[in-house]
Design a protein around this ligand. Structure first.
Ligand code: UDP
Length: 461
């Protein structure tokens, strides 16, 4: 297709790692279908971190109003989100306008669902648009039901009567903003706002696989045009023929060059290593870090542990590194997909962020879920009860996951009574993910549907 005739899609992520990764993968898929794609992150991110992206993805910027230091420059979440909306709307409009006067005008805007205001901007220019949800359909539908009054808070009893959500059996299964009412009000408003205008969107993309959450996707599809297009992960690890797609390509953290991660994994027996990581945002308390360290030490398994900040490192027990010796490797940031796909890894001890969950599910790695907040409790429920590919920790009366609990959960996944069943199930879901992205599979079909609408400019609401 001649470049001038290719539809030009503008993709706008929310500026954090867990949102940039899946939206970038979507860009790669759209490019592979012959579309022109511009990825517009914030000025701060583009000026601060160096992407390693294929040249076919064009880069551009909007502003979140904090061009020097991003979120750190704001006075807190309320301030950040308010400025992101005002500065983001204005600069997104400028960007579209600039392109409208070029040989390559924008035809459609795909925005992170956290940026629901982007639809107004797209529509102002007469452009179609839709959100891309980077969390589980289950969470999206819970928020939909709350936003539209189908679920009242506080939820009086379980199971809830909403079709597709009956498997949720307690407050412990709900997103933290719902399970613990009043916590993080600004973020709660943000996640509800995602659902405020889905009825006006031309499509609603979700980083999930239809078969992962069939019933809830069916329910949500009755109220808006849902297209599950996941897993939006680098596809090489699912299918070796995707040689060019081995990494997301935009790390907001410095990978650990001092830790020989893959060489270290190469020295370990198959399925002998527990990979421990809590994503890009969680900050564990000092006492939680200590319990985790002592639980890992007690298991006697090998472990690879991402401890992102020096503040967290300082909370490790004295002499911890010396005592564990070659059994453990601690790093600040690593190539998570490459690690999860390594044969030495036998279990992922995770906070259950949606990307981490989808990555492990797609690679067939059983999990221990230790949720911290937001959607993670619901993801841990899915891991344990929907897909049966892992267990979730129990928190004690002080809100801490104790060392014995850490040890027991890891032992269960690595060698317990249910271990072989968990591994068997994990393999099954890996195949489901692979099928979904293969021609004729649910996600592949949905992407093709989106692409053909873009090619024909044929959007009905
Ligand atoms: N990640 C990574 N290296 C690390 C830890 C995490 O590349 O050492 C990536 C991981 O693969 C995932 C993202 O960071 O794609 C984290 O997203 P997730 O939704 O799991 O958690 P969040 O950071 O949003 O809490």
């Amino acid at each position: 297709m001649a470049a001038a005739h290719r539809p030009h899609v503008l993709v706008v992520p929310y500026p954090s790692q867990g949102h940039i990764n899946p939206l970038l993968q979507l860009c790669k898929r759209l490019v592979s279908h012959g579309l022109t794609v511009t990825f517009a992150t914030t000025l701060f991110i583009l000026n601060t971190f160096t992407p390693k992206l294929p040249p076919s993805i064009h880069l551009d910027t909007i502003s979140d109003g904090f061009d020097t230091a991003g979120y750190e420059e704001s006075s807190g979440v309320d301030d950040y989100l308010a400025r992101l909306q005002t500065a983001g709307s204005n600069t997104l409009a400028d960007l579209i306008q600039r392109h409208q006067h070029s040989s390559n005008p924008v035809h459609c805007v795909i925005y992170d669902s956290f940026l629901s205001w982007a639809l107004d901007v797209a529509n102002k220019f007469g452009l179609p648009g839709g959100p891309f949800f980077t969390q589980a359909s289950t969470c999206n539908y819970i928020y939909y039901c709350i936003h539209h009054g189908l679920l009242k808070l506080p939820i009086p009893s379980f199971p809830v009567s909403v079709q597709g959500l009956q498997f949720l059996s307690s407050h412990r299964d709900m997103p933290s903003f719902v399970g613990v009412p009043g916590s993080y009000p600004a973020y709660f408003r943000l996640v509800l706002s995602q659902l405020s205008n889905v009825h006006q969107a031309n499509f609603v993309l979700v980083n999930s696989v239809y078969e992962f959450e069939q019933q809830v996707v069916d329910s949500m599809s009755k109220v808006c045009p849902v297209l599950t297009i996941g897993p939006t992960v680098p596809l090489f690890y699912l299918d070796k023929s995707f040689e060019e797609d081995k990494e997301y390509g935009y790390d907001l953290f410095e990978p650990d060059s001092s830790a020989p991660i893959i060489q270290w994994l190469d020295t370990k027996p198959a399925q002998s290593v527990v990979y421990v990581a809590f994503g890009s945002m969680a900050n564990l308390s000092a006492s939680q870090m200590e319990e985790l360290a002592l639980g890992l030490k007690a298991t006697t398994f090998n472990f690879l542990w991402v401890v992102r900040t020096s503040k967290e490192r300082a909370t490790l027990p004295p002499k911890f590194a010396e005592e564990i010796g070659d059994r453990g490797l601690i790093l600040n940031w690593g190539p998570q997909m490459e690690i999860l796909s390594h044969g030495a890894v036998g279990c992922f001890f995770t906070h259950g962020g949606w990307n981490s969950t989808v990555e492990a599910l797609s690679l067939g790695v059983p999990m221990v879920g230790m949720p911290q907040w937001t959607d993670q409790p619901t993801d841990a429920k899915l891991i344990e009860d929907m897909w049966k590919v892992g267990v979730r920790v129990k928190v004690d009366e002080n809100g801490i996951v104790g060392r014995n609990e850490v040890e027991n959960c890891i032992r269960e996944v690595m060698e317990g009574e249910t271990s072989s069943q968990l591994r068997h199930n994990a393999k099954k879901w890996r195949n489901v993910a692979l099928q979904a992205i293969t021609e004729g599979g649910s996600s592949h079909t949905n992407i093709c549907q989106l692409v053909s609408k873009l090619l024909d400019n044929n959007f009905t609401k």
